[in-house]
Design a protein. Sequence first.
Length: 338
Amino acid sequence: MVASTISPFVILSLSLTFAIFIMPNSEGQPENSRSQSPFDFLSKPISRLSPKHAPDIPDDSTDNITIFTRILDRLLDGYDNRLRPGLGDAVTEVKTDIYVTSFGPVSDTDMEYTIDVFFRQTWHDERLKFDGPMKILPLNNLLASKIWTPDTFFHNGKKSVAHNMTTPNKLLRLVDNGTLLYTMRLTIHAECPMHLEDFPMDVHACPLKFGSYAYTTAEVVYSWTLGKNKSVEVAQDGSRLNQYDLLGHVVGTEIIRSSTGVTTVLTMTTLSISARNSLPKVAYATAMDWFIAVCYAFVFSALIEFATVNYFTKRSWAWEGKKVPEALEMKKTFPEFP
């Protein structure tokens, strides 16, 4: 009775044992094969699991973005941006030009000026030649940090600001022959040595000097794109930037008095002080100083003239007043004389 009850249980146990241990070998696998782990799928390549997430770029793709992505990857593969183009063979020529958007203010006191420009640099890099459907490849500033760029600095610059709003104002163009155009927007505060002997009728040429910071002229040279004799375009009418105008003085019809001369002296003193405050401390006399000195001389001459004329006029009046009573007394004494 007990044996008949246990027999189904034993049969079920033997069936499960056969399914677990015997069935894998029934497919032709060796008995000593390793049992699979639930995490074995992690060791498989991702492409075998989900090929849509890691597609291979076909070599015959006609998409411009795909083509130039592949071109840029190949150009930057093995590219060393620490080495200049033509290292050890030729001098790297950097062609430059400047487009001025605003100029000023010019400070005579600090002898400096401010200029807002688009600074352009062009050079040739044999390592960046490519062959594609486009001759010129427009790029942004992100690639500029991955390739060699000139280490240009301004010799007479006091402070330079590169505009970064809303993104860095930089432009990069790559031609298929390896020529690059690199443009950036800068605001430069540069010094301008001035000679003020002829102030305020003086004329100054404020230079903007730039060059390579780390390379010598045997390695990197700069050339002006517009030519040596053309640096700034002047208006056809020959107009100039005048910062000072002579204000006319209108002489009224008031009665001339001695106080006018004193007021003129005070006015000249005020003009002299204000003119000096607007200029740097120089050890020589400017044209403004000579002008004020001559004005002082004329004012004092006018005061001396006024004092002299006033003295002799009053003296003549006194002399005339003294002669009238004497004549009346003589007429009374000698009535027979007319």
